[in-house]
Design a protein around this ligand. Structure first.
Ligand code: UDP
Length: 377
């Protein structure tokens, strides 16, 4: 009998990072299955750079992205490209991760083609389908198609239960992003700014809803923190999007304690997080990863679909108002007790075994027994 083909569909940097450990896990069982990494190509260089950390490359890259595409165009091209691949390779199982247009397209095509679909990082929700846009919509579509839901935490599981998803299809696995960050942390050390004796504050901001004025306020607050704390080096890992750069550069450029750097390849970014004392970010992934190393994160958004970190005390939601970010940043950098309370809080996002659990559950659903790992919660 031929081995079942498993499609791991990705399109953007965060999906590449969070699917990589799952792909590696299936590759460890390639005597019983044939995993294929399929990229729609929503992101290009940063996706390839992230996969390098794990020694992976897509088996197929649909390269759908064209300058200035609308969401509908991205959806159409990805769906058509993926559908042709499904017809050609006849996968027995398909995965999507998270909330991108690629994940939604994978879910839709799996539904049309009647291929079982597994949703990694299932159950994250805000109560507004338009916020974040279009991610909240995408993740809800994924849930409609999924035969197996892999929520990272009990909170995300409960969101699925509230939507009346079948409990026997829902498994709390932990977040595969924690598997990824722990794998990356094992890699060779990259010394970041060894000449700098003081503290490092890392800044990442890219979210669509923060483009323009919110990002201007974020950058100004970050600069004020540098000016208030003379031992602080601010490192801004700049998203390639020109809309973001056009705002950050004029505010943060030309300062001897501010480094504006190209987005580091994943394992180096992980080392940079480990070197940091505090992180200012609007990224979903960074919010989950930083607590694995005890680094406090100020989340520059008004809502988060990752409230577990806020509840556990590893992250604080500070919005995008300049004064608020400056005040919250100042209290952390200026108050050792407040800092320690956040740094010592325990990460709620996983134990690094999510991919093993997913491999066990998916292969079991295909009638293949492999070693079992107890569930995360
Ligand atoms: N990341 C990276 N280099 C960077 C910034 C982020 O490798 O310069 C990683 C980060 O560790 C996380 C992922 O990219 O795993 C998050 O991607 P992004 O912030 O683009 O998306 P989000 O998580 O907000 O969906």
């Amino acid at each position: 009998m031929s081995k079942p083909v498993i499609f791991c569909v990705i399109g953007t940097r965060p999906e590449a990072i969070k699917v990589a450990p799952v792909m590696l896990e299936f590759m460890n069982f390639s005597d019983v299955c044939t995993p294929m990494l399929i990229s729609t190509g929503q992101h290009k260089e940063i996706l390839y750079k992230s996969l390098e950390t794990f020694g992976l490359k897509p088996n197929v890259d649909l390269a759908i992205m064209q300058h200035g595409s609308t969401l509908a165009q991205v959806t159409c091209r990805a769906l058509e490209g993926l559908d042709n691949l499904v017809a050609e390779y006849q996968p027995s199982f398909m995965f999507g991760q998270g909330d991108t247009t690629t994940a939604m397209v994978a879910a839709m095509d799996a539904f049309y083609r009647n291929v079982p679909f597994g949703h990694i990082e299932a159950g994250l929700r805000t109560d507004d389908v338009r916020n974040p846009f279009p991610e909240e919509y995408n993740r809800r579509i994924c849930a409609v198609s999924a035969n197996l839901h892999f929520p990272p935490t009990t909170w995300s599981r409960d969101n699925l239960l509230k939507e009346n998803r079948d409990p026997s299809t829902i498994f709390v696995t932990g977040n595969t992003g924690i598997d990824a960050v722990l794998l990356a942390a094992e890699q060779k050390d990259q010394p970041w700014y060894p000449e700098h004796q003081g503290r490092v504050v890392l800044l990442t901001t890219h979210r669509r809803e923060n483009w323009g004025e919110p990002q201007r306020q974020i950058a100004t607050a970050a600069k004020r923190l540098v000016e208030k704390f003379p031992d602080v080096l601010l490192v801004a890992a700049m998203h390639p999007n020109p809309t973001v750069r056009d705002v950050l550069l004029p505010i943060l450029g030309n300062h001897d304690r501010i480094k504006l750097i190209e987005p580091p390849e994943y394992s180096q970014f992980v080392k940079l997080m480990q070197r940091s004392n505090m992180i200012l970010s609007d990224s979903g992934g960074v919010q989950e990863e930083a607590p694995a190393f005890g680094i406090p994160v100020l989340v520059m958004r008004d809502t988060t679909e990752r409230p577990e970190g806020v509840t556990a005390g590893t992250a604080k939601l500070v919005g995008t108002n300049e004064e608020r970010i400056f005040q919250e940043g100042s209290s952390l950098l200026g108050d050792e007790a407040a800092y320690k309370a956040m740094a010592n809080a325990v990460s709620p996002y996983g134990d690094g075994k999510a991919s093993e659990r997913i491999r066990f559950l998916v292969l079991k659903s295909l009638g293949i027994e492999t070693p079992e790992v107890p569930m995360w919660e």
